[in-house]
Design a protein around this ligand. Structure first.
Ligand SMILES: *Cc1c(COP(=O)(O)O)cnc(C)c1O
Length: 396
């Protein structure tokens, strides 16, 4: 039997390669950080990770992880409601709720699971979900698993959102859901305007702050802080796998009753393992550090502004961004790949994106800044962009 599907899969793989869409993985031989080595021995500066606060290999986080390993063990071998909850899991949930200004938190194995399991327990076919067209894949999948009526508004288009809210007016409960920071452009959702419309049309608001938690807003609480709507958002989903330590894990932090019902009915929570005590212990330390000082997010924001200013001065075209993501527009797919591979030869690791990851004719290189970058790292990256940009005729 396998022979038939084997041939079929081989053809599929060939066609992915022929379309130039085959994803090859570069292998890193060191811990994640600003400077990494690849298995070919080459040392490069990393400008394409979600290690926004430089915590992935931070000595204090490693120490906290080691301590948790000693005090709480390696694995839980259970889901939460059977015998998978330790004191630290609850402490972390409470700490996360306090940090983001919410009432309670529920942990998941990943933000993908959080988004996959959040809608179905809350909404039925009498209800409506109104979703930004560019929301993350995990939100789209979560919506598919839920029977609520679906409405999609054009990216960041508030008049279209209003139109969709009007269309949904007969639904019992309505929920607007949006990414906080959109990962391909780096733009921030207009959460203040979204909250105004939600009030006008009696809808809840959910934001996925995976690319924002820990550093967007003046104390790093996220896009609700950035837009001054900290008490007007009903649910936040986010990941521990980006700025907040970078290991893995996700959560929903929200109103009390929402968290309580998710603990009873959310399938990825009920039927999947508890987070490792090692991750929980390290995450506790992450939130302690971010509560004590905004030093890391301040450095990240400085780094981002510095890079943006230099790269624009060279004549590169960038997308408007308020986050730590800088999309350098090349428009042409091949050019984006050529630039990325020549930059790698110069020791700068960045990734080029093109259709279907971004719209046709909008190929780009996405640069992600980190608090782990020093000024010298950024200067080297800018110099490499200048050299290769001229070589390829992108800038003069
Ligand atoms: C990365 C990301 C996720 C998935 O997070 P994981 O914890 O890695 O599953 C979900 N939503 C958004 C917006 C993301 O950027």
């Amino acid at each position: 039997m396998y022979n038939e599907i084997k041939n079929f899969l081989q053809k599929e793989l060939e066609s992915i390669k022929e379309a130039g869409l085959y994803k090859a993985e570069r292998i890193i031989a060191t811990p994640q950080g600003a400077e990494i080595s690849l298995t070919n021995g080459k040392t490069v500066l990393n400008f394409c990770s979600n290690n926004y606060l430089g915590l992935s290999s931070h000595p204090k986080i490693i120490e906290a992880a080691k301590n948790a390993l000693d005090t709480h063990g390696y694995g839980m071998s259970s889901v939460r409601f059977i015998c998978g909850t330790q004191d630290n899991h609850r402490t972390l949930e409470e700490k996360i709720a306090r940090f983001f200004g919410m009432e309670d938190t529920i942990l998941y194995a990943a933000a993908f699971d959080a988004n996959g399991g959040v809608f179905e327990p809350l909404l039925t076919d009498e209800d409506a979900l109104i979703s930004d067209q560019l929301n993350h894949a995990s939100i789209i999948d979560g919506i598919r698993l839920c029977k609520a009526q679906r409405f999609r508004y054009k990216h960041a288009d508030m008049s279209d959102l209003e139109e969709q809210l009007k269309q949904a007016k007969n639904a019992r409960f309505k929920m607007i859901v949006t990414d906080g920071v959109f990962s391909m452009d780096g733009d921030i959702a207009k959460l203040n305007e979204i909250c105004d419309l939600a009030e006008k049309y009696d809808a809840m608001v959910m934001v996925d702050d995976s690319h924002a938690s820990g550093f967007i807003g003046k104390t790093g609480r996220g896009t609700h802080e950035y837009h001054n709507v900290m008490n007007r958002v009903d649910l936040i989903s986010s990941t521990l796998g980006k700025a907040l330590g970078g290991a893995m894990g996700g959560f929903i932090t929200a109103k009390q009753e929402i968290i309580d019902i998710l603990r009873q009915r959310s399938r990825p929570y009920l039927f999947s393992n508890s987070l490792s005590p090692v991750i929980v212990g390290a995450a506790l330390q992450v939130f302690n550090m971010l509560t004590e000082t905004t030093e890391l997010r301040d450095k990240l924001m400085w780094n981002t502004e510095y890079f943006k200013e230099k790269i624009q001065k060279l004549g590169f075209d960038i997308k408007p961004t308020q986050s730590a993501i800088v999309a350098i527009m090349l428009y042409d797919a091949k050019l984006s790949q050529d630039l990325a591979s020549k930059l790698l030869e110069e020791g700068i690791y960045v990734t080029g994106f093109y259709y279907p990851v971004v719209p046709k004719g909008e190929a780009r290189i996405r640069v992600q800044l980190s608090a782990a970058h020093e000024k010298d790292h950024i200067d080297k990256a800018v110099a490499a962009f200048e050299k290769i940009g001229k070589e390829l005729g992108i800038i003069k």
